[in-house]
Design a protein around this ligand. Structure first.
Ligand SMILES: *[C@@H]1O[C@H](CO)[C@@H](O)[C@H](O)[C@H]1NC(C)=O
Length: 507
């Protein structure tokens, strides 16, 4: 995320930081040589899958269950919601901070659920853990929407105060303000994304817990109605608490259609499909984008499952999904991403770049599977692209992330011989409360932030923002864009790893 915390010591350190970069270049070059020696290929996708899910236990807020496996984390934020006489205990901390931003948290939950819906069959013993990760989100969103259609909780935790401290979640003593949207002060993007998360989770639980699945779907209907009937952006309703952190840059039209698509997939109720068809043509924006803010490409790929063989309803979903997958090819005439020399998808000027290769690879694989089922190819300019081409493209991204890159390092914490060790993540830098039970106050954590030593606790499975455009990487807490993990980097990667652990299409 575009975090702004610890700005004071970021600026102070600016000079040292630049001066150091030359020295680190020398280290970097010797690492290339070392890297090629230690690289183990092909990657162990099964191990990476296990770890990518385990990461979510490190981000848990609230009362931890006895089954908690990432044991250096303990209960935290047990009074969340109390300022509004609500129970808002639970959910996920967004990133290296301790704020619960519901807009990206809902997208994370939608993508974890989609990973299960699409690839759960391939997960074997990890399915249970993946469902627990989904449920940690969906349980929380049931709390956040308990009073819909009167109000929906859109965020918990004052982000400015939180970001000014370097504190363990277990010690947190900054204001845990509960921010909410109402009919008069709406937030259609955040509420529609929550509706999508509830509907997608409802599908994930259909076979294993029908009662819970129905509870989620019933709530998704109500939340969608609220989002659609009382339209507006949470930018203005909860103001500085959400934006500049997670501004809704491209409007809420995409979230409304995305939510309706998910509710239709979950319920088969014609009302939602009619909504999608009636609104898709007027949806502005860029059809090749996909991430926590923009759902365009995701809508077309999701809907393509049921319209691919349906000439009457295929338009505009299939043509747009085709443009999207063509735009990913390195030689495409219309581009949605560029590539680093080492081969990683890259969007210049954005933080946490790894969110793009993970989300776009996820959609490529899903679309390849729908194409395969319908026995289709896509014509991209002069190239006839078949499903295996898209799978291969996704594989180059996964393999880069897991270590097949110029530095020979993995961008998943705790995976491979070399991985980021000084990640920008509060809890991970400080001793566990189990080891050091005394309170570490707001700025008392600075010593851990500034330490030259690796983080004390390993946030296993976390993907970080990843390398720069020249494939270089700075393993430094000061470099937020490269070294911070966030929940939505991992969520699509869970599905991608489940696929490569048991690929179903020859490539
Ligand atoms: C929300 O705020 C951002 C930043 O000011 C702006 O770019 C965006 O257009 C706003 N979104 C809406 C829906 O008004």
């Amino acid at each position: 995320m575009v975090e702004r915390q610890c700005e004071s010591f970021q600026t102070q350190k600016q000079t040292t930081y630049i001066a150091m970069s030359k020295a680190s270049l020398v280290i970097t070059m010797s690492m290339v040589v070392m890297g090629t020696m230690v690289m183990a290929f092909p990657p162990n996708y099964g191990e990476a899958l296990t770890k990518s899910i385990l990461f979510y236990e490190g981000q848990r807020s609230g009362k931890l269950p006895p089954s908690q496996r990432m044991t250096w984390r303990k209960d935290s934020a047990l009074r969340d919601g109390s300022d509004k006489h609500m129970d808002m205990v639970g959910g996920y901390y967004d990133a290296g901070d301790n704020v619960k931003f519901h807009f990206p948290m809902a997208f994370t939950t939608t993508m974890l659920a989609w990973s299960v819906v699409e690839f759960g069959d391939l997960m074997d013993s990890e399915l249970k853990n993946a469902l627990n990760a989904v449920r940690w989100g969906s349980d929380y969103f049931l709390k956040a929407t308990k009073y819909s259609p009167e109000m929906i909780v859109a965020q918990v935790g004052d982000p400015v105060l939180d970001h000014d401290c370097w504190e363990r979640p277990e010690d947190m003593d900054t204001a845990r303000t509960t921010y909410f949207i109402t009919q008069q002060k709406p937030g259609s993007e955040v509420s529609a994304e929550i509706a999508a998360a509830l509907a997608a989770s409802s599908i994930a639980f259909q076979k294993i817990d029908a009662t819970y699945s129905k509870t989620l779907l019933d709530r998704a209907y109500k939340v969608f109605e609220f989002a659609n009937k009382y339209r507006g952006s949470y930018n203005y309703s909860i103001g500085e608490a959400a934006c500049p952190f997670y501004c809704d840059h491209n409007g809420y039209q995409d979230e409304l259609i995305w939510a309706a698509s998910w509710i239709y997939k979950a319920s088969k109720s014609a009302y939602y499909w009619d909504f999608v068809k009636a609104n898709i043509q007027s949806m502005g924006g860029n059809i090749v984008e996909f991430g926590w803010d923009s759902k365009y490409a995701g809508i077309n790929v999701l809907v393509s499952q049921w319209v691919m063989a349906d000439a009457y309803n295929a338009n505009p979903f299939i043509p747009n999904a085709n443009i999207f997958v063509c735009s990913l090819l390195p030689n495409a005439p219309i581009k949605s991403v560029s590539y680093t020399k080492g081969g990683l998808m890259y969007k210049p000027g954005e933080q946490s770049n790894i969110q793009h290769p993970t989300a776009l690879s996820f959609l490529s694989i899903v679309y390849a599977r729908y194409m395969h089922a319908a026995k289709k190819q896509v014509q991209c300019g002069n190239e006839a692209v078949d499903p295996s081409r898209l799978i291969n493209l996704a594989k180059t991204q996964v393999d880069y992330i897991l270590g097949n890159n110029p530095l020979g390092m993995s961008y998943m914490v705790g995976y491979g011989a070399k991985y980021p060790e000084k990640i920008h993540h509060r809890g991970s830098t400080m001793p566990s409360v189990e080891v050091y039970p005394k309170h570490i106050g707001c700025r008392d954590g600075d010593q851990y932030f500034k330490s030259a030593a690796p983080n004390i606790n390993i946030l296993t499975g976390a993907l970080v923002g990843g390398p720069a455009q020249d494939d270089s990487f700075q393993d430094s807490r000061y470099n937020v864009g490269q070294s911070e993990p966030t929940t939505y980097l991992n969520a699509p990667f869970v599905g991608v790893l489940a696929y490569f652990n048991k690929p179903t299409i020859q490539f």
